[in-house]
Design a protein around this ligand. Structure first.
Ligand code: PMP
Length: 413
């Protein structure tokens, strides 16, 4: 009998909750991925022979890349590459220590100061991934006497952070502020602190939350707010500021901004931006800061350089927006409902897992590389392809993706 890792941890019966949160068993998960393991349907983990881009060289075959989250194309930007190469020359490839001990270099400080300023916060800390940043922050700040109030579609890293914190979790229906209000009214009044957690751009639907209303609601209940900007930074906002820029929210009203350096910034790593006192606490309270390696100098320099390019090259944001609009229109024209997507992420929801694997395989045969996302990354019955527009796509690339989709897609139910 396999152990159920979620057993008893979440007490919400919210039908909108992803399978991940609502209680997946390892057994069921294995049955699900069983479909994808059939050799003829398995398209995961294809090795790239070059950088991500609009077109990818995969095993000697050029395909149009339709699911990369290198939104601005910065992973292959010459300034970003040379900043990373310079950092390797100057600092070597590793830091020789964890951040708290001997692993901090001036690049870390500079990146953290830039991120803190970006979010109007007193401090920021860099981690070696966005996943780790969420886990580190939640596990350090929350405990059994607190309550975490999560949007039902929050990412696995947020769920895992809560699990590690052993904090009671309440779910609110995706982006439903009235429900959030109700959940906060009912959440244990004796809780030491209540943290509302949401995402700037939801990773599987590409929609943004009503951030201003979420913040107001939390303020009314005396709750703290954390926003995960993993898919928002670089991807939305006139200059890629993220959700606060796109939605016109003062970033200082959010207590904890977390995110990834691997998507809009094209590098790798993660971060939290927060108040100075919380930052000082996290340096000593967030275990990955002293039990796990520092963000590599090359990644730190790359992220910093990307933040500069984001400011200097507005044409990238314009191209990204144009391509995201074209992609959304093309997916709709192929007969799919793109939901509330308002970012470069455009979901193609097909329903069951096998249908998603088949569609990914058929697109692959048409020269389009789009990845299937199934339970537990999304709710059961909501399997999809997650398509992503990038600034590097040409309108012809987007046309090619949409034409292949129209040719391969089953008529949606
Ligand atoms: N949060 C969200 C919402 C994500 O989608 C992801 C990445 N898939 C992460 C955090 C983790 O970021 P990273 O890949 O840098 O670990």
């Amino acid at each position: 009998m396999l152990h159920d890792p979620f057993d008893g941890l979440f007490d919400s019966e919210d039908p909108d909750a992803s399978g991940l949160i609502a209680g997946a068993t390892a057994e069921r998960w294995m049955q699900t991925v069983g479909w994808g393991r059939r050799a003829d349907l398995y398209t995961y983990s294809q090795p790239l022979a070059g950088p991500p881009g609009a077109r990818a060289d995969v095993g000697g075959r050029e395909v149009v890349s339709a699911s990369s989250y290198d939104y601005l194309g910065l992973a292959s930007h010459p300034d970003v590459i040379s900043a990373a190469a310079d950092a390797v020359q100057r600092f070597g490839v590793g830091t020789g220590g964890v951040r708290l001990l001997t692993g901090t270099c001036d690049l870390h400080r500079e990146l953290e100061a830039t991120l803190a300023a970006h979010y109007s916060q007193g401090a920021a800390l860099a981690f070696s991934s966005g996943y780790l940043a969420n886990v580190a922050v939640l596990a350090a700040l929350l405990g059994p006497d607190d309550v975490a109030v999560l949007d039902a579609r929050c990412h696995r890293s947020i769920v895992d952070g809560c699990r590690l914190a052993r904090v009671p979790v309440r779910l609110w229906r995706h982006n439903d502020v009235e429900h959030l209000d109700r959940v906060l009214s009912e959440a244990a009044p004796e809780a030491r602190k209540t943290l509302v957690v949401t995402e700037g751009v939801f990773s599987m639907d590409g929609d943004l939350g009503p951030l201003a209303e979420i913040v107001e609601t939390a303020e009314r209940h005396g709750a703290y707010v954390m926003v995960d900007e993993a898919h928002a930074l670089g991807a939305v906002g006139a200059r890629g500021e993220g959700s606060w820029g796109a939605l016109g929210v003062d970033p200082s009203r959010v207590h904890l901004w977390t995110g990834s350096l691997s998507k809009g910034l094209g590098a790798s790593g993660g971060f939290v931006a927060c108040g100075a006192d919380v930052g000082a606490f996290l340096q000593h309270g967030a275990a990955p800061f002293f039990f796990s390696q520092a963000l590599a100098p090359a990644s730190t320099a790359a992220a910093l350089a990307s933040l500069g390019v984001m400011q200097r090259e507005p044409e990238r944001h314009a191209a990204l927006r144009r391509n995201a609009d074209l992609l959304r229109e093309g997916v709709q024209a192929a007969g799919f409902d793109v939901g509330a997507s308002a970012s470069p992420i455009v979901p193609v929801v097909v329903g069951d897992d096998e249908a998603a694997y088949r569609l990914a395989r058929d697109l692959w045969e048409h020269g389009v590389w789009a990845t299937a996302v199934v339970f537990p990354a999304v709710a059961r019955g909501a399997a999809r392809l997650r398509l992503c527009a990038t600034a590097l796509h040409t309108p012809e690339d987007i046309d090619a993706i949409c034409a292949a989709l129209a040719a391969c897609a089953p008529v949606p139910a």
